[in-house]
Design a protein around this ligand. Structure first.
Ligand SMILES: *Cc1c(COP(=O)(O)O)cnc(C)c1O
Length: 486
């Protein structure tokens, strides 16, 4: 299996070659040359597999240059009841992503798939934990090391640190805005005592942190000398690791492959739902893929109108589902490539237009850039939007009716899913975080604190390890160099 760029100008590479990198050299995103297919017989055989064995079957179709025995060991090390232990409602940790039926109405079922049982209580652990093990394995083979450098306002940074802690050949330097994260998120990251994890609290806001990451990325000689890499959401291995739980969700919700299932996905950068698209392209019988957005509705606008219009910072809102607060959707280009029948020249032109004109238009109206919007339904996509008052009302509703507490992002998903039910088709909403992470809104909705999983009760009281630093790139660079010894 070789991987090609959505912009059509980069040489094809293997899974291991693209594993540690980000964008392709032509500025595009990597995708497999063709999507591997699953047969009916395979689906039947996979229905009863453990999560780790299912992960092995899915991944071996993509990671063809990793020997089978090694891949099997990696997934069995990753998807264990011990790593995914933060289960609720009497669920079993061994099921990794258990389903729970929320309600049945007019012949359709609404089901939650729990993806937040990992160490940081959010779905990003599903992929990041595997990435940590894949990175360590690949670096050991190449006798290489990697220094991950990134900025976070919460979720991604902590998922990366919990995935990379203690891993040989890897260090993590993570910038966050000093005193701007919630006490819970700060404690989650800063309480890590592993010597390969460096938390750097920057005296500034998140944008200052991101500017420092950009400045370092643009200094190619420093980057090369210090072996700097990233783990952002466009990383192909992260996307493919997410494909696995769409298979798990489908196979757990059905008894035969004649049955179809829809998914609603709380979406920001389009990474999660892009994995659903890939599962569907592989032949998994998915009916609809519904993108649920918050007030930052770039994606909902596209799926309703065919117009993709990225937002300026002043038009990007800080919401109570903050992990979906995006101005543009960094993985969206992967879907557009398939929508345009894999025409790399056109994708390149469209995303150049995003840089120069802030977007593109595939509505087919006079003067637009194409008419492919008419093909959206063939790919199963639909969308909806949820606002602060919707999510508060949804959290309250599920608590009152079903004694079920959900987080703000999942609430956006449930709100939108209820607008897209089809009789006879199970609707699975992906639960992307546990409510304990977003306690303020839970208090607003329910007048009480969110439940905390065991072990998190006093996390704010643990000793913290971090450096405070001004927003100064040179000081940052010398900090990195001192600690890598390179
Ligand atoms: C990252 C995140 C999302 C958005 O996922 P994308 O892959 O960026 O679309 C939704 N909910 C939570 C809790 C997240 O952490």
């Amino acid at each position: 299996m070789q991987y090609i760029s959505t912009r059509g100008l980069a040489p094809a590479q293997s899974f291991s070659e693209i594993l540690l990198g980000g964008l392709a050299p032509d500025g595009g995103l990597y995708l497999p040359e063709t999507y591997p297919q699953v047969s009916d017989a395979e689906l039947d055989a996979w229905r009863t597999l453990s999560y780790a064995d299912l992960a092995y079957e899915v991944l071996r179709k993509f990671a063809t240059d990793i020997p089978d025995a090694d891949l099997k060991a990696l997934v069995h090390k990753t998807y264990t009841a011990d790593v995914y232990r933060n289960v609720r409602h009497g669920e079993e940790a061994a099921r990794i992503t258990p389903l729970r039926t929320v309600e049945e109405k007019n012949g359709s079922k609404l089901v939650l798939q729990a993806l937040s049982n990992g160490p940081t209580l959010a779905f990003k652990d599903m992929a990041m934990q595997l990435l940590g093990n894949l990175f360590e394995y690949t670096l050991a083979k190449q006798h290489a090391e990697l220094n991950i450098f990134g900025a976070t306002s919460g979720d991604t940074g902590s998922a990366a640190e919990y995935a990379m802690r203690g891993k040989k050949g890897i260090r993590v330097f993570m910038l966050s805005p000093h005193k701007k994260m919630s006490a819970f998120q700060t404690a989650q990251m800063f309480s890590l005592q592993d010597p390969n994890i460096f938390n750097i609290a920057v005296e500034g806001v998140f944008d200052d942190c991101q500017d420092m990451v950009k400045a370092v990325s643009n200094d190619h000689s420093f980057k090369q000398q210090q072996k700097i890499g990233t783990v952002n959401s466009i990383n192909w291995a992260r996307v493919v690791a997410q494909v696995i739980y769409y298979f798990r969700g489908y196979l757990s919700a059905t008894t035969s492959n004649e049955q179809k299932v829809s998914f609603t996905v709380p979406s920001g950068n389009f990474g999660n739902i892009c994995a659903g698209h890939i599962a569907r392209m592989m032949g998994l019988p998915i009916d609809k893929l519904v993108a649920a957005t918050n007030e930052n509705d770039v994606l909902d606008e596209f799926f309703r109108t065919g117009v993709y219009r990225v937002r300026k910072s002043a038009e990007t809102y800080h919401t109570t589902s903050p992990s979906m607060d995006i101005s543009k959707a960094s993985n969206f280009e992967r879907f557009v490539y398939d929508l345009l029948n894999r025409d790399g020249d056109r994708v390149r032109a469209l995303f150049q237009k995003v840089e120069t004109h802030g977007g593109f238009d595939l509505s087919g109206k006079p003067g637009s850039d194409g008419d492919e919007f008419k093909n959206i339904a063939k790919f199963g996509f639909a969308s909806g939007k949820s606002t602060h008052s919707d999510r508060v009302a949804t959290i309250r509703d599920l608590q009152n009716k079903y004694d079920l507490m959900i987080d703000t992002h999942t609430a956006d998903g449930v709100k939108v899913a209820r607008e897209h039910l089809t009789p006879g088709v199970t609707m699975i909403v992906l639960e992307t975080a546990l409510p304990a992470k977003f306690n303020e809104t839970i208090r607003e909705a329910l007048g009480r604190d969110a439940d905390r999983p065991a072990g998190f009760e006093n996390i704010e009281d643990l000793p913290q390890r971090f450096e405070v630093m001004p927003a100064d790139v040179n000081q940052m660079k010398s900090f990195i160099a001192t600690h890598t010894g390179l």
